[in-house]
Design a protein around this ligand. Structure first.
Ligand SMILES: [Ca+2]
Ligand SMILES: [Ca+2]
Length: 370
């Protein structure tokens, strides 16, 4: 059990693929973006006692010692997810300064969100194992017999057995017998990664898990509201600077994509679900680490009429995912922003795509005092 001493957290008992754009190759991580230069960052977080002082980018809970791999701690398993109460309110969803216009990041529009609860971290391997053990659920990757993995994470043996890659993104390889328990194929396992996010789960798998746990997937609007955590028109959950205080605040890619990942933030692949500081709503890794499925169908045209608890289109072919992943680099997939979005078919799985759950009401089994 994690020992977060956060009043609003209710302690629990139980618990691209291939969509990377080739745009923006002119960026590198050492350059400022237009948004970073132009933003006043005047918003402050109401929970000032838990925040950095004298910094624009203060919308984040500092958890000292969790910035680097050297500070990783051994955690108990199975890790149980907790839900944070997210007080509803109005916010501006999307952005009028889209980086990827074709993704439907804009326009900015007013959305009202009702109170809800959100998992404070991505669903972990340990939690997904509880689900599988209880239900016998077979993931779609297991049923299909393969899933997609970034090539440099694979062993030479596994790489040699691969016969299919993705034409538009050849670093994505379709690996046989790759699933959540074998995230880099049959010669890999998750023994040392039980507190990392479950990956190689489709939207259908994610929805099944959430239903089993008495929850549901968050809508895209809920997810983005939770990501922004009370800040208006900011790139990241904590503000506009990627690395305030010269620290790493998320698990993304450092180096040259796709040739070399320096792992400067401590992680070449996934990180533990509670690694890196949480945002002002006490949520971890909303951006970075793994992409997260949302409940909504994908659409890139948005009505600017103010809306209440929007649920997206009534039908579609793809589902929305949010937050970017450990594979995102500014030069290639600058999608580790709250307004950024991407999509996959509901049966797709990959090594950088996971999820977390939400709920309108706290499930009964979570209604325990700490
Ligand atoms: Ca990283
Ligand atoms: Ca994430």
């Amino acid at each position: 059990m994690n020992n977060f001493e956060i009043p609003i957290i209710i302690f629990a008992v139980l618990t691209n693929y291939l969509i990377y754009s080739t745009a923006n190759n002119e960026f590198n991580e050492n350059q400022s973006t237009k948004s970073e230069e132009g933003c006043g960052c005047s918003s402050v977080n109401r929970k000032s006692g838990e925040l950095l002082e004298n910094t624009e980018d203060s919308n984040i809970n500092v958890d000292h010692g969790k910035y680097s791999s050297a500070a990783n701690v051994v955690r108990k398993y199975p890790q149980t997810n907790q839900m944070g109460f997210i007080e509803g309110g109005k916010f501006m969803m999307g952005t009028d300064e889209p980086v990827f216009v074709a993704d439907g990041e804009g326009p900015s529009r007013e959305v009202q969100i009702s109170d809800f609860y959100m998992d404070i971290h991505e669903v972990s391997n340990a939690e997904f194992e509880l689900f599988v053990n209880a239900t016998g659920h077979k993931t779609e990757a297991e049923l299909f017999g393969d899933s997609f993995v970034f090539e440099s994470l694979l062993s030479e043996k596994t790489k040699a057995s691969v016969t299919e890659s993705v034409a538009a993104a050849p670093w994505w390889l379709k690996v046989k017998d790759c699933d959540w328990k074998h995230p880099e194929g049959p010669d890999s396992d998750i023994k040392d990664r039980m507190d990392h996010p479950v990956i190689h789960v489709s939207w259908n798998d994610a929805a099944a898990y959430c239903e089993w746990s008495g929850k549901r997937l968050p809508t895209e609007a809920e997810w983005e509201y939770a990501c922004r955590a009370g800040l208006n028109n900011r790139l990241f959950p904590w503000g506009n600077k990627l690395n305030p205080k010269n620290k790493h605040w998320i698990n993304i890619w450092q180096g040259d994509f796709p040739a070399h990942n320096t792992g400067e933030d401590g992680f070449i692949g996934t990180s533990p679900v509670t690694e890196f500081p949480s945002n002002a709503f006490h949520l971890y890794n909303m951006v970075g680490n793994v992409w997260e499925w949302t409940a909504d169908w994908w659409n890139v045209r948005h009505n600017t009429t103010p809306s209440v608890d929007p649920t997206g289109p009534s039908s579609g072919s793809d589902r929305v995912k949010k937050g970017g992943s450990y594979m995102c680099h500014k030069s290639y997939c600058y999608r580790y922003r709250c307004a950024a979005r991407s999509q996959n078919t509901p049966d797709t799985s990959s090594g950088n795509l996971g999820f977390r759950c939400a709920a309108r009401n706290l499930p009964e089994y979570l209604q325990h005092s700490p």
